[in-house]
Design a binder for this molecule. Structure first.
Ligand code: MCN
Length: 783
């Protein structure tokens, strides 16, 4: 029985963050620090004919202007190769083609998207750097831009990456059962085109890097607003030919990341490189327009699906061909693509499944994972299918969900294909029909249906939409924790994860507190730092609770054993001991106790300490946890909307969620994660889209054009939890960080269809803007 795991403890980090005492990259100021500004491409596709830096260099206060030829001693980024690794059995199963591609740290011969870095100016301050950047003259020879992935995939299309044979960066095919036979035997077949557009992740804090070379220690010191400081360290070590441990990377407070602050960006290489070269600290902080243009973007999938089903609502087969518009570079190989393929069927039993994907290069900003990473796109596909099947058969969508859902007794359930780590796709635990029942109760579904009829008589069109997802969370390969107890008895834990707002300092102190038997206030959790723990991964893929949580728990249990041995020695007892709130005693004599401070002092070396014979001094434990494979979280989302048929305006009135993330460490934080994710999901359902024109110019470079939901558009979410423990880690944890963002598009899109019923519209193209919806309504009315 745990004392702190499962408690809604207030977040330790909030006092500092809410009183303006956080430390973000923008807050860092070092002696003699210069500032940098990038000169970026105004063209989507163009040859670089020449760069004239003379006028810019002449500006007083400019310390240097650098183009590709000035940084030739930097080795190219190998990041992509590390993300490319696929286990041999997966390679055999899906026959992937992956064409290696890369981004120049500064563009060499040509630019491939608007916003690509061409040169960097380092100056005394930002003002001078900005002025100098304006004076850098780059002469371009425009090339044909490729904006439409279907055009880009044609054999005769101009090549975006010239070393490749075509613009299809990767391809794979995954299949199980016999789709063609199921099609032949089906009562109904339907074909749908379903699209999720390109999105930005829009963290409150844009990207930023500060770097300094410490000549005394010969240490390269880097601060970056990153989700993966260890990956920055290893990439820098490679590119600059330095030992890994001579580089210290810190992600200080990070104001949101959501995926695109993962991986390594060219700016994170060139700023440290120049800080070393110029022997001067350098700072670069991205401005908002630069962020909207150059920071990596996401989603952008188009699915062509063919579905077969029976008169009774059983879906017998799905065949999906989908393209992902990866932009000019695809850094993460099959991450989103294969996530999409293996998540599409979600909570449903569909024995015949065939999915083929092409990742296509275009002249747009590179596309990387963003909260959900390939799942929101396919949950939108799957639950639009459920809704379309239901409408075709004239039954309630809930009946089709029930008909096709995996049952509790089917667990562990084998979906017949492989996960990206090469393990069989087997759901470990959960009860999806029970979640659906709970959701139906939460919204009082039957009462809503009656109210819907009443409102219709008043001319008000309200509707309800449902979506469900199953998400593989807690991806490996590993995460570490180091726990240290000092002579004052205070516990300090270092973790490889790197939060951007998730509350890790709180939740991991809760876990360590239960492992060690101390109060969480006596534990300091340090994150976002590559010192102490020599290896780590970072925070992405809803993985920290599972991996770092398990690592810190196992480390705490190992430490507990040593603490108990020292305490027994100090208490001169052979009895079993109890630890509670930092006091250690035998159950028979609680008045005779030692504290963590006593144990901490006893662990000092030699005569200063007091250890059992043969025991090593110091209280230090490191543990690395490697999960066997991902663990499957699940959820049901229900959206209630009112639609104004005249204006196409959608009012999202209520939103409800039933959620399973296994053992909940901190319910308040989990609720916050779900609520935050839903806000982003609402944005992608109704408002957000990155738009490029035919020449590859970005049309949504400000928040006047890229519409984000505000608190006014995000209702408070009604939530209910299930706790089906993961069978893949000792604490039974599943991840939650991305979940909220996955299902809103389908739930809202289905609710809109429901509100307009019996008018037959299809909401297969996001975002469902008033303009688009009015067009669909008019088309449906005309047909
Ligand atoms: N948690 C819990 N009990 C569980 C599972 C999780 O109490 N059973 C807690 C965790 O301890 C953690 C939080 O919930 O504090 C999220 O946990 P987890 O699902 O492990 O996700 P990560 O911590 O690895 O965070 C990554 C995830 C992702 S992939 C994106 S994208 C995302 C997200 O988290 N980006 C975020 N949530 C975000 N929240 C904020 N504020 N900012 C971002 O950029």
């Amino acid at each position: 029985m745990h004392k702190y795991i499962g408690k809604s403890m207030h977040r330790k980090e909030d006092y500092r963050l809410l009183t303006g005492m956080g430390m973000f990259v923008g807050d860092i100021s070092l002696t003699n620090m210069a500032e940098a500004v990038f000169v970026r491409s105004p063209h989507a596709h163009a040859k670089i004919v020449g760069i004239n830096i003379e006028a810019a260099k002449a500006l007083k206060g400019v310390y240097g202007i650098f183009t590709a030829k000035d940084i030739e001693d930097l080795k190219p980024l190998t990041q992509f190769e590390s993300h490319c690794f696929l286990p041999p059995n997966l390679v055999e199963a899906i026959s992937p083609t992956i064409n290696f591609n890369y981004e120049d740290i500064l563009a060499k011969k040509k630019v491939t998207y608007v916003g690509q870095s061409v040169a960097i100016v380092v100056a005394k301050n930002r003002y001078i750097a900005e002025d100098a950047a304006d004076l850098v003259e780059v002469t371009y020879e425009p090339l044909q831009p490729l904006v439409d992935p279907y055009e880009a995939r044609k054999e005769d299309a101009i090549l975006i990456q010239e070393h490749l044979e075509n613009n299809i960066q990767s391809h794979f095919h995954v299949t199980t059962g016999n789709v063609e036979q199921a099609f032949a035997e089906a009562d109904y077949i339907m074909n749908e085109k379903i699209r999720t557009p390109r999105l930005g992740s829009n963290p409150l804090e844009t990207r930023g890097v500060v770097a300094k070379f410490d000549t005394r220690n010969q240490e390269l010191r880097v601060w970056s607003s990153s989700q993966m400081p260890y990956e920055i360290r290893s990439t820098l070590a490679h590119c600059l030919s330095l030992p890994d441990l001579s580089i210290r990377v810190t992600a200080p407070d990070v104001g949101g990341g959501f995926g695109p602050k993962g991986g390594v960006h060219p700016e994170e290489i060139v700023i440290p490189y120049l800080a070393k070269k110029l022997q001067r600290p350098i700072k670069w902080v991205e401005d908002r327009m630069e962020h909207l243009t150059s920071a990596r973007q996401s989603r952008d999938q188009i699915h062509d699906v063919k579905v077969s089903f029976k008169q009774d609502g059983t879906i017998t087969a799905i065949k999906d061909f989908f393209v992902i518009d990866s932009g000019a570079v695809n850094f993460f190989a099959l991450t989103c693509a294969y996530n999409s393929a293996y998540h599409l069927r979600g909570a449903y039993k569909i024995p015949n499944y065939d999915s083929e994907c092409e990742v296509i290069l275009t002249n747009k900003t590179p596309n990387v994972p963003f909260r959900g990473a390939g799942r929101p796109e396919v949950v939108f596909v799957m639950d639009r299918i459920i809704d379309i099947v239901a409408r075709k058969l004239k039954v309630d969508p809930i009946e089709i969900m029930k008909k096709n859902m995996i049952q509790a007794e089917d667990m562990p359930y084998d979906q017949g294909i492989l996960v990206k780590d090469g393990h069989q796709l087997i759901y470990d635990s959960g009860d999806y029909p029970d979640a659906l029942r709970k959701a139906v109760d939460l919204v009082d579904y039957d009462a809503f249906r009656k109210e819907q009829e009443e409102k219709k008589k008043e001319g008000k069109l309200v509707g309800i939409g449902i979506s469900s997802y199953v998400e593989g969370t807690g991806a490996g390969p590993y995460e570490g924790a180091h726990i240290s107890i000092d002579p004052s008895g205070h516990v300090t834990a270092y973790l490889g994860c790197t939060p951007q707002g998730q509350g890790h300092e709180t939740v991991f102190s809760q876990i360590a507190a239960d492992g060690l038997g101390v109060n969480p206030q006596n534990i300091t959790v340090r994150v976002g730092e590559t010192t102490v723990l020599p290896m780590g991964q970072g925070t992405y893929a809803s993985r920290s609770a599972v991996n770092a949580g398990s690592a810190i728990y196992e480390a705490a249990l190992k430490m507990r054993e040593k603490v108990l041995k020292i305490a027994a020695h100090l208490l001169k007892t052979d009895e079993d001991l109890v630890i509670d709130e930092g006091k250690i005693y035998a159950e028979t004599s609680p008045e005779k106790f030692v504290t963590y401070q006593d144990v901490g002092r006893a662990a000092l070396p030699a005569k200063l300490g007091n250890l059992p014979a043969g025991m090593e001094a110091s209280l230090e434990v490191t543990h690395y946890f490697a999960p066997p494979t991902v663990t499957f979280a699940a959820s049901i989302h229900m959206a209630q909307v009112e639609v104004d048929k005249e204006t196409g305006f959608v009012d999202l009135q209520k939103y409800s969620v039933v959620h399973d993330c296994g053992t909940v460490i901190n319910p308040m934080i989990v609720d916050g994660q779900v609520q935050g994710g839903i806000a982003q999901g609402i944005g992608s359902a109704l408002y957000e889209e990155i738009v490029y024109d035919q020449t590859g110019q970005l049309l949504t470079g400000t928040y006047m054009d890229y519409l984000l939901p505000t608190s006014m558009e995000v209702p408070t979410v009604a939530k209910a939890h299930q706790e089906f423990k993961s069978t893949r880690n000792r604490l039974g944890i599943k991840g939650v960080g991305e979940g909220g963002a996955i299902a809103p598009p389908a739930a809202i899109a289905n609710a809109i269809v429901d509100a307009l019923h019996p008018l037959e519209i299809k909401t297969n193209d996001l975002p469902i803007s008033p303009n688009k919806l009015r067009t669909w309504i008019k088309e449906a009315e005309a047909s």
